[in-house]
Design a protein around this ligand. Structure first.
Ligand code: S3P
Length: 161
């Protein structure tokens, strides 16, 4: 089984992905990490040097390559399911309210090219929320501690299999 974790930046996809992958004994594919390592550039550098469209292309290529990889847990970049169609697998949306996200992003030192100011971020959040919800088979309240989120996902996976 392939599990796609989707959600807005700062929703905890990498953290939850790590925990979930080790619980299931599956490999974790952290798409930002893979793209960054393959280009030997940070995500911000890819955006700055080559533009957002190039980054979205790299994401699309990675999704295509992942068709061959299963089982695995995929921690996606926040825009991956917005600009691309994900392949086969179970899609879990880590839903976090905006106040939580904003607080987490302020604490997190990872530079994010799309996090400029709170108004633009909020606008993007409102635009994407219905898309994440529509794509996902399962929406989880990710305001909870990571261990609890993982427990809920595991229950859901047990339920559907
Ligand atoms: C993006 C989110 C980032 C990264 C890139 C674009 C987005 O990943 O892929 O900066 O469009 O929301 P995280 O969701 O891990 O921050």
């Amino acid at each position: 089984m392939k599990i796609w974790l989707i959600g807005f930046m700062g929703s905890g996809k990498s953290t939850i992905g790590n925990l979930l992958a080790s619980e299931l004994g599956y490999p974790l594919i952290d798409t930002d990490l893979v793209i960054s390592q393959e280009c030997a550039l940070s995500i911000t550098e890819i955006f700055t040097r080559y533009g957002a469209a190039h980054f979205r292309n790299l994401e699309a290529q990675l999704i295509a390559r992942l068709q061959e990889v299963s089982p695995c847990v995929v921690a996606t970049g926040g825009g991956m399911p917005i600009y691309n169609t994900l392949g086969e697998g179970v899609v879990c949306y880590l839903h976090t309210d905006f106040a939580h996200l904003h607080a987490r992003l302020l604490q997190d030192n990872t530079p994010r090219p799309l996090f400029q100011d709170i108004q633009t971020l909020h606008q993007l959040y409102l635009e994407r929320l219905p898309i994440y919800t529509r794509i996902a088979q399962y929406r989880i309240n990710a305001n909870q501690p990571p261990a609890q989120v993982v427990t809920e996902i595991l229950k859901f996976l047990a339920f559907i299999s």
